[in-house]
Design a protein around this ligand. Structure first.
Ligand SMILES: Nc1ncnc2c1ncn2[C@@H]1O[C@H](COP(=O)(O)OP(=O)(O)O)[C@@H](O)[C@H]1O
Ligand SMILES: [Mg+2]
Length: 286
């Protein structure tokens, strides 16, 4: 996979002359409320260059809000957020320039239905970065190839499966050459058989060295691709560590409860799909 993350602008030199890399993203005591609803309650978090940080937690725990704050889609009430060493929550930040450096992919793909895949991928680069069409198309095709969709470049979204549309959305985000990619439950709206193809693209992106902040329910992905795992509940980070440690040996009771509920759900879903198959095989329900 080709990813041009470019040179970090934030490599600083410590007093002894050793290069110390700033984290790509750093949150310091971040508080976010919607009205009276305190949604992020003092979040401290860093994502290092090339790191894949996975965030898990129950619905409503503030995971999406966290990503939206990092991308400055939401203002925060207290604390600070840094991107490559520079505070981005202070006044006067160049938002469009910053957003180009922070790619985000949502559960809903939000492709333009009237545009072909290649045009969805290249639109922002042509409009915002004024990239010439031929150059944008070359790069767009490269990116579509990297997500396994070069032959679908001329198709419209409705001619693509959900998994393919989500891969187009990932290629579109990569087109702006982000230094970090945020993923918000990007496989949650997909049919189960389409989840794998999207996770493989994300895994390959991680292997190519992309810095990633990934909110997901896919525990297998968290375990295999994540460098670090954070469990959030009620706007706080309850526990963090190496994915296998947190998943297999959670220290906190709340983490244990959440994981055992997820596991139970996975089992009962498996049973459901077995029942489905049995019913189909027996020709019971059409
Ligand atoms: N735009 C918004 N306006 C008001 N409340 C919001 C908004 N976005 C999220 N919330 C609230 O913030 C809390 C956390 O939501 P969210 O970050 O979406 O959690 P998660 O992604 O973990 O499910 C929820 O109580 C939700 O209702
Ligand atoms: Mg969410």
């Amino acid at each position: 996979m080709t990813s041009s993350t470019g040179e970090s602008v934030a490599t600083r030199y410590a007093a002894d002359g050793v290069a110390t890399e700033e984290p790509v993203v750093r949150l310091e005591d971040v508080h976010k409320s919607f009205g009276d609803n305190l949604v992020l309650n003092g979040i401290d978090l860093t994502v290092a260059t090339g790191e894949v940080l996975v965030v898990i937690g129950p619905s409503g725990s503030g995971k999406s809000t966290l990503l939206r704050c990092v991308n400055l889609l939401e203002p925060i009430q207290r604390g600070r957020i840094f991107f490559e060493g520079e505070e981005i929550t202070k006044k006067g930040v160049n938002l469009p320039a910053l957003r180009q450096r922070i790619g985000i992919v949502f559960q809903q793909f939000n492709l333009f239905p009237q545009l072909k895949a290649i045009d969805n991928v290249t639109l922002a680069a042509r409009r915002i970065r004024k990239m010439p069409r031929a150059q944008a198309e070359r790069r767009g095709l490269e990116l579509l190839r990297s997500v396994g969709l070069e032959e679908k470049a001329r198709q419209h979204p409705h001619q693509l499966s959900g998994g393919q549309q989500q891969r187009v959305a990932i290629a579109r985000a990569l087109m702006m050459e982000p230094h970090v990619m945020l993923f918000d439950e990007v496989t949650s709206a997909l049919d189960p058989e389409l989840v794998g193809e999207v996770l493989i693209v994300m895994r390959d992106l991680a292997r190519s060295g992309m810095t990633m902040l990934v909110v997901t329910h896919e525990m297998q992905f968290a375990r295999e691709v994540g460098d670090r795992l954070v469990f959030m509940d009620e706007g706080r980070i309850v526990e963090e560590g190496h994915p296998a440690d947190v998943l297999d040996r959670p220290r906190e009771e709340r983490t244990r409860r959440f994981l055992s509920r997820s596991l139970q759900l996975a089992h009962s879903l498996e049973e459901l799909s077995i029942t489905d198959e049995v019913i189909k095989e027996e020709g019971g329900v059409e």
